[in-house]
Design a protein around this ligand. Structure first.
Ligand code: FAD
Length: 491
């Protein structure tokens, strides 16, 4: 039985562990924190519960697949339900658009609210589906760094389907060509933020992302996102994966260009295979002491980070849904501030997630709401208390105006997450929440491989390597990495 050590219990670390355990590997996870899940954890504060990190749940099939592989009934661990409205969009000029997950209903809503013909929406989403199925699925489900992948005829076919405009136009330029109404351009531009990128820099290929939300659906996991973490943790334990908490890995031990073990809590421990689920920059910099390779990682722009306020609100806002967006007036100005000047932007786009909408009385006391209030910000930005207060002020001014209310006296309790805290809690360089951004034409091909080219027996999984960040891609990363390990072990 081959022994595998995994560094980090992020969603990809746990999924990779489960997949390898199914194939008979003896798997141990070493986690520096005293809990599993990395960016997915729960804040329980003054009678309110908040999902600290991810909130939008899509592609549940990635999770279902893990339970099927283990021959376990997922419903004994975890339940989820589809949403009718994926997100409610509020604009400064008073326009409000409900993004129904039924695409025809959404297209009609857009036509009524903005005059953009419904047909433009359905055509766009049909093309989005084609790009996802014909190109995305191939590139997101395979290692791009194996000769065998490129010799596969499906990959060749997928590459030929990539129109030059998908690569040479920016996402914003492509959206502007397809829609005449600026509200709709902004709405679809926002999908670039799903992997922490700017629509003004990322290629039009990102048009594949809306397919996931509008054609496949958006879901609510019962109990919130923490239920996804809990389900995978329980499943991993059931498959005899061993978790070692409070166990920061100090070094990956290598002998003759082969990874042989780890230094943990001052002790050398040995295994046949090592998988790093920690940020690829820190894996090189701290665990392999390879500054040269670590610096090479930073040549690719990091994704955006975030500032999140967790607010206990002593009132119910009937006009809000589970997911709500309050758009900035000048979206390009906002992205310039995130990716160019890296400064505080005074009119940020605000995302408000309220799980109490789906489970009243559980995540917030009766008659109250748990608000997860997030804005995008530069990764690596040094956010001090003054900057946090300045962001808070901008958010409150904007919400007061757009919701015609006075929010501040309604905030009963508050927590804050910012880039330095994200870096400290999960060792993500600069607090980037999705690893590297897609802010260049070839970004998708330039993410780090899921294996080391120079150290045998060393693999990588998670948001900072191929195919990228966000829960669905992290779960795909786990599948790619475990498949490589299984394939290489059988040689
Ligand atoms: P991580 O979660 O980054 O975990 C890595 C783990 O490794 C951590 O537990 C860390 O403690 C551990 N570790 C690091 N170094 C060491 C070491 N030396 N020794 C031992 N352990 C170590 N995604 C979505 O899909 N939808 C969303 O709505 C969404 N919103 C987000 C909002 C926020 C505020 C944040 C922060 C993230 C969001 N994401 C979202 C992104 C998503 O959370 C991540 O892409 C995903 O959870 C990353 O998983 P991972 O497996 O890469 O590991």
């Amino acid at each position: 039985q081959k022994k595998v050590f995994i560094i980090g219990s992020g969603i990809a670390g746990m999924a990779c562990a489960i997949r390898l355990a199914v194939h008979g590997y003896e798997v141990s996870i070493f986690e520096k924190n005293n809990y599993a899940g990395g960016k997915i954890y729960l804040i329980d504060q003054d009678g309110y519960c908040f999902d600290a990190g991810p909130s939008l749940f899509v592609q549940p099939g990635n999770i279902e697949e893990l339970f099927k592989l283990c021959n376990e009934d997922m419903h004994e661990y975890f339940h989820y339900a589809p949403l009718e409205i994926s997100c409610k969009y509020f604009y400064e000029d008073g326009v409000v658009i409900n993004a129904y997950t039924d695409k025809n209903k959404f297209a009609n809503e857009v036509e009524i609210k903005t005059g953009e013909p419904a047909r433009h929406i359905t055509d766009y989403l049909d093309e989005s589906e084609k790009i996802y199925k014909n190109i995305g699925e191939i590139f997101l489900n395979n290692s791009l760094h194996q000769k065998s992948t490129w010799l596969n005829s499906n990959v060749l076919k997928a590459s030929l389907q990539a129109k030059p405009s998908y690569i040479f136009s920016t996402f914003n330029d492509a959206n502007k060509r397809k829609f005449s109404d600026p509200h709709i351009v902004q709405l679809f531009n926002r999908f670039a933020t799903y992997n922490g990128s700017s629509p003004y820099k990322a290629p039009a290929m990102l048009q594949l992302i809306p397919h996931i939300e509008f054609n496949e659906g958006v879901f609510y996991p019962k109990g919130g996102m923490i239920a996804v973490r809990d389900a995978l943790y329980k499943l991993a334990c059931k498959m005899n994966v061993e978790f070692h908490f409070n166990s920061p890995v100090e070094k990956i031990i290598t002998e003759n260009n082969k990874a042989t073990g780890l230094f943990v809590n001052g002790q050398a421990l040995y295994a046949d295979i090592i998988v790093s689920n920690t940020d690829i920059y820190f894996t090189y910099k701290q665990l392999l002491n390879d500054t040269h390779k670590a610096n090479a990682i930073l040549k690719q722009e990091r994704s955006s980070s975030a500032i999140v306020f967790y607010w206990g609100i002593i009132k119910k806002f009937l006009q809000l849904e589970l997911n709500n967006i309050f758009f900035s007036k000048d979206y390009e100005g906002e992205f310039n501030s995130i990716f160019k000047s890296k400064t505080v932007y005074n009119d940020p786009t605000i995302y408000v997630n309220i799980t109490a909408k789906c489970e009243p009385g559980i995540h917030a006391p009766a008659g109250k709401e748990n608000w997860f209030v997030m804005i995008n910000t530069a990764s690596g930005a040094d956010i001090n208390d003054a900057a946090i207060q300045s962001y808070k002020k901008s958010i409150i001014v904007k919400l007061n105006h757009m919701l015609q209310t006075d929010i501040e006296p309604l905030i009963e309790t508050e927590g804050v997450l910012h880039p330095q805290k994200i870096e400290k809690e999960t060792a993500s360089f600069g607090g980037a929440i999705y690893g590297s951004a897609s802010n260049s034409r070839m970004a998708a091909l330039n993410r780090h491989p899921n294996f080391s080219k120079s150290i045998r027996g060393l693999y990588f999984t998670g948001g900072s390597v191929h195919p990228g960040g966000g829960i669905p891609l992290c779960l795909k990363s786990a599948a790619i990495t475990s498949n490589l390990i299984i394939k290489n072990s059988s040689r």
